[in-house]
Design a protein around this ligand. Sequence first.
Ligand code: P1T
Length: 385
Amino acid sequence: MSNNEQHGFGTKAIHAGQQPDPTTGAIMTPIYQTSTYVQESPGVHKGYAYARGKNPTRIALEQCLAALEGAKHGLCFASGMGAADSIIKLLRPGDEVICTDDLYGGSYRMFERVFAHFGIKFHYVNMQSAENIRPLINANTKMLWVETPTNPTMKIIDIAACAAIAKAHNILLVVDNTFASPYLQNPLALGADIVMHSATKYLGGHSDVVMGAIVTNDDKLHEQLAFLLNSCGANPGPMDSFLVLRGLKTLHVRMERHCSNGRAIAEFLRTHPKVDKVYWPGFTDHPNHEVAKKQMRDFGGMISFTLKGDSFEEASRVASAVKVFSLAESLGGVESLLGHPATMTHASIPKPERERAGITDSLIRLSVGIEDIDDLIADLKQALA
Ligand code: P1T
């Protein structure tokens, strides 16, 4: 079926970028497990020369993802970090980036321990008020790097407000849309220039693949990013492309259950006597609840909470006591995961900076899966007891 912009999200998730295989009629896009393509004569081929540059399974996935984000172009990478790496390589030594102060620890590690050595400077600021960005802008500022909801304290950043500031200063706005997924939020429609994903999470959805993705409406940015993908080699394989393409077909259905289970667990935690703060953008007293309502379709399945007394030992006991949740890094799969950011996903951030961003010793992060809600709540109840 050809791409149809009028179709709803679920129809696009199942069909966009995909046609029955022309040789057999196979309804599923084949896994083109090949490294190269035969040419008729030197330089004369069907658009495919070498598989680092292009692969038909990957192209079907890139087109499907672009359709889901309302984008003109999509590109897939070997991991979320591979995608982020290519985006930062758009910059030059001396350039500066302003980032959310709460972001995936691996992004922070790459910015500070890889790209800082190449003369790129990163500033971190609480963007819950977009006005906090302005004092950091100077002639060298080339990019805003926004996560929303942020990992792991679920801050909500007003994408349209950031886009207005970025446009006024001729700065690129990049949004890491991993936590929301394209089902909940489409940053390009709110003025972002580039949207990236760890496709490892909700897009793949089954904890069986590591991948990254970038979408944009800008032809020149797409061309530069495709050049970087082919030149630097962070391309995903065809089998992984197939897995994410298959995962996308149920994204809308999975997200609905992630959101309803997430709501029930956030409400359960909020009334639990051992729990101190609960971070979830669906609460009406979340600092940017109104922004979340405006820019997201629902509030997602990611929740963090702290324990009264903020004891690492107690958090560690709870983390080891769950039976239906699994103690593991990552998020966005069908199975519920529990993580301890201070020692796991955000361990590479120095303690003072971590604590300034709210990542305290007892902070626990949940990726609420799509199991039966009664089983999930019973599991947390017994682990917290
Ligand atoms: O793991 P990878 O596919 O390379 O994606 C990196 C990444 C980028 N952006 C965000 C917001 C992320 O959460 C991640 C990866 N995050 C985890 C592994 C985690 O448990 O938070």
